[in-house]
Design a binder for this molecule. Structure first.
Ligand code: ZN
Length: 415
């Protein structure tokens, strides 16, 4: 299988998980989930995903001809908020009033940032989510041209009624700063966006802006406090009954544990490397199915918490204003020889330590002056990254390794 085929394409990962909560509330799954609530006065939808807007419209029309009254964004990520235009177009065709769009105060700011960071976001998302990773063109767009900004925004909480139902919207910070979770008390149903994704929360994502571990835990505890009978997550299957408490509170406890450990170790005077080495997740949390490190993982979370509370200095004064890593590698390669470094990397790999092999090999990759030796180092790097990807369960890490392998091979072939 080629590297291209081995990458994990996020948008193709989501199995069909459509599910009914109550006769008037259902969940439609796509890359992200959409919550649909039908009332006598119109339909409320929570989130939309570009790839499933048609399916959502069809599913609503099979059940009711009532207009879509409100579209709520749980946050401003593409897999939750980028397909609203399709619903507005549908309303126009049906002769319905335009649905109103509701989101947290910070959603418009997020969209503004996406406009400024279009190329960067395209680039990192391509690496992360397994799509083509070529640098995007200068005029690349990230926000869809027909993006719909919220008509109504709120700060801490808002509430409205439609038909017989109440919609309570609560702000939380977690994967983003603009998070909303929705509570329909008459149906004991929570629609929570990426507050719950069915896996280890993606705090401390290697590419993304600051995320919020402690507030995320608090958000999950607030949801659990409502005793929901149904929970529609941002991704993954519908949760029902008792498991909701268990999964929300386990996930909150897991994040609080890592958060508190980072703080404790910072206060003990540890630097980031030691903090990563010393934090061990308790067995009873490490093995929970719903905390599988397939998207987020403990190391990312540690970085995320550390970044929130500490600066980037790593404790080694030599590395405050370091020499260029290529110059350092050239010195090391000059002393022990590129061939010796390559051989040592091979030995380490054969002994099962692919990671250390990669770190040693980088001195050869960066330090080799002779193109033939550099080519050999790059070829081995591609091979080692392929090996690393084989056993990696974290999808983001796996994609980073496979993209790195491809780039190393391309560079080797160009020499
Ligand atoms: Zn999402």
């Amino acid at each position: 299988m080629s590297r291209l085929e081995r990458r994990i394409v996020f948008s193709q990962m989501a199995p069909e998980r459509d599910a009914q909560c109550t006769p008037d509330i259902f969940m439609l799954s796509g890359f992200g989930n959409t919550g649909v609530i039908i009332t006598d006065e119109g339909v409320v939808i929570v989130d939309n995903t570009p790839m499933t807007s048609e399916k959502v419209i069809e599913a609503i029309r099979e059940r009711t001809q009532a207009p879509i009254h409100s579209i709520i964004y749980t946050h401003g990520h593409g897999d939750h908020a980028f397909a609203t235009a399709a619903f507005i177009e549908d309303a126009k065709q049906q002769g319905h009033p335009r649905p109103r769009v509701i989101g947290h105060d910070l959603v418009p700011k997020r969209f503004g940032r996406y406009e400024r960071m279009a190329r960067y976001n395209r680039y990192i998302n391509a690496i992360q989510s397994g799509r083509s990773y070529m640098p995007p063109p200068e005029d690349a767009q990230f926000l869809p041209l027909n993006i719909v900004y919220p008509d109504i925004t709120y700060s801490d909480a808002m509430q409205f009624r439609l038909g017989d139902l109440t919609f309570e919207l609560y702000h939380y910070m977690g994967e983003t700063d603009d998070g909303t979770w929705v509570w329909v008390p008459e149906r004991k149903t929570a629609i929570v966006g990426d507050l719950m994704t069915g896996a280890c929360p993606n705090v401390g994502n290697p590419f993304k802006v600051q995320r919020y571990t402690l507030e995320w835990a608090e958000g999950l505890e607030a949801v659990a406090g409502k005793n929901p009978e149904f929970l529609i997550p941002g991704h993954g299957r519908l949760l029902k009954g008792k498991e909701i408490q268990t999964i929300c509170l386990d996930t909150a406890q897991f994040m609080r544990y890592i958060h508190d450990e980072v703080i404790r170790l910072l206060n003990e005077g540890c630097w980031i490397e030691e903090i990563i080495d010393r934090i061990k997740i308790p067995e009873e949390l490490a093995n929970k199915r719903w905390l599988a490190p397939v998207y987020g993982c403990p190391t990312y979370i540690i970085h995320g918490v550390h970044r929130r509370y500490a600066g980037w200095y790593n404790g080694n004064p030599s590395e405050l204003f370091p020499s260029n890593s290529t110059d350092i590698a050239a010195e090391v390669a000059g002393i022990c020889g590129v061939t010796a470094l390559i051989q040592r990397a091979q030995t380490l790999q054969e002994a099962g330590n692919t990671q250390l092999a990669l770190n040693v090999l980088d001195f050869a990759v960066k330090g080799a002056q002779d193109p033939t030796k550099r080519k050999a180092a790059l070829q081995l790097k591609a091979e080692l990254l392929d090996k690393r990807a084989e056993t990696e369960v974290n999808t983001i890490a796996k994609n980073i390794f496979l993209v790195g392998a491809e780039q190393a091979e391309q560079e080797a072939n160009s020499l």
